[in-house]
Design a protein around this ligand. Structure first.
Ligand code: LMR
Length: 391
């Protein structure tokens, strides 16, 4: 039976990790997969995580099962950071731990599908795994354009998608630091989106994987909070992989918001059943470390300071690209205006290949760059390489 299977090409983004590792040029630049790097090009474990892990090793007295919901101390400690302290919204939200943000997106879509959704509206370009997850579940993806030609978010496109959606459709939105464009909706645009969603009855699924890496912890979720204040129900997929640097530990959560708290139980029991049938229980270690940080004022301060410095470095790189202005045919100014880790450059697949082969610059075939892969010492080389292949 298994010989019937046709080979699948490896995930293009993840394949870059290996290609980069196999390149022995000392001045190679990795702008591929979304991993934060310091100005020295490293991805160290957060000091706050190291401290929490030490404590975890000391204090953990059992590794017995927790259940499909995972570490509820972790899930609940994150809630004020994501949703603020507004009890009007907070009392209507519950969550569970998931294996990374991917697990949360998958669980959100599976729940929507179980509730009757067959179609999901999604701005494009998007994180390639979004479409892959929805296709794997057998859901129809209806795409709309995320960004307009002038490098701002395309409000008309999202509003017309929402207006065309039925109460049996879901709408996927990126909470902040849009992946791959770095172009976020402004607060005025979020207000319009919130009003349109409230009117349409479609289910918002908000993927928030980069809180704190754009404009600030609070600022990055303000738009999402405005949607939540307007709509009767929503699903929020959350990842700590970037803002706690937990990538391989797979630390995420899925939150559901209902109109009133008494409607919560059937939703949570369906989520638990879907999780049980998928991964049974999420991995514990990373979430436990995040819980320890968030329950300790000193560790929380340490984590926030580390996150602040990451955000500041991303902005510094964006400023440097903005200052460079142009590289060959590529206008770098819009990169200066973006948020978070990613930006899209108008380059062809052949130019991406030439950057890799001729200059050792690794980036996604779509033209996405991970801004965090640039440092004050390699940004000049990058701009020169870009000018060479596009000039
Ligand atoms: C990315 O977009 O690079 C990250 O979200 C990593 C991944 O899993 O694709």
């Amino acid at each position: 039976m298994l010989e019937q299977l046709s080979p699948q090409s490896p995930d293009a983004l993840l394949a870059l990790i290996k290609l980069y590792a196999d390149d022995d040029r000392s001045d190679k630049i990795d702008l591929g997969v979304g991993v934060y790097r310091t100005d020295d090009g490293d991805t160290p474990v957060f000091a706050a995580i190291k401290n929490a892990e030490r404590r975890l090793v000391e204090e953990q007295d059992s590794k017995s099962y927790l259940g499909p919901e995972g570490d509820m101390g972790f899930v609940n400690s994150l809630m004020p950071i994501i949703f603020g302290r507004d009890p009007a919204v907070g009392g209507r939200i519950e969550g569970m731990q998931t294996p990374g943000g991917t697990g949360a997106v998958r669980l959100a879509a599976a729940l929507a599908q179980k509730a009757g959704a067959t179609r999901i509206h999604m701005g494009v370009p998007s994180w390639p795994n979004h479409a892959q997850i929805f296709a794997d579940l057998g859901m129809e993806v209806a795409s709309f354009s995320h960004a307009a030609d002038d490098g701002t978010a395309d409000l008309d496109a999202v509003l017309s998608a929402i207006k065309g959606a039925t109460a049996l459709d879901a709408v996927l939105l990126h909470g902040c630091c849009h992946n791959p464009t770095g172009i976020d909706y402004t607060l005025e645009q979020w207000d319009a989106i919130a009003a349109a969603l409230a009117e349409s009855g479609a289910l918002p699924i908000i993927d928030t994987a980069y809180q704190g890496l754009g404009q600030g912890l609070e600022e990055d979720v303000e738009g999402m909070r405005r949607v939540l204040a307007a709509v009767p129900q929503a699903l929020i997929a959350y990842s700590c992989d970037k803002n706690f640097g937990m990538y391989r530990d797979r630390v995420g959560a899925l939150y559901a918001m209902m109109r009133t708290p008494d409607r919560m139980a059937p939703v949570m029991s369906n989520l638990a059943a879907l999780a049980r049938a998928s991964w049974s229980m999420p991995p514990d270690h990373g979430a436990a470390a995040v819980r320890i940080i968030l329950r300790d004022e000193v560790l929380t301060r340490e984590w926030r300071a580390e996150l602040d410095s990451m955000r500041e470095r991303l902005r510094q790189v964006r400023r440097a690209l903005d200052k460079a202005g142009k590289a060959g045919s590529v206008d770098l100014k819009p990169v200066g205006r973006g948020h978070g880790m990613f930006a899209m450059l108008p380059v062809s697949k052949e130019q991406v290949q030439a950057l890799r082969e001729k200059h050792g610059v690794y980036m996604a075939g779509s033209g996405r760059i991970n801004v965090a892969g640039l440092t004050m010492s390699n940004v000049g080389k990058f701009v020169g390489a870009l000018a060479d292949v596009t000039g």
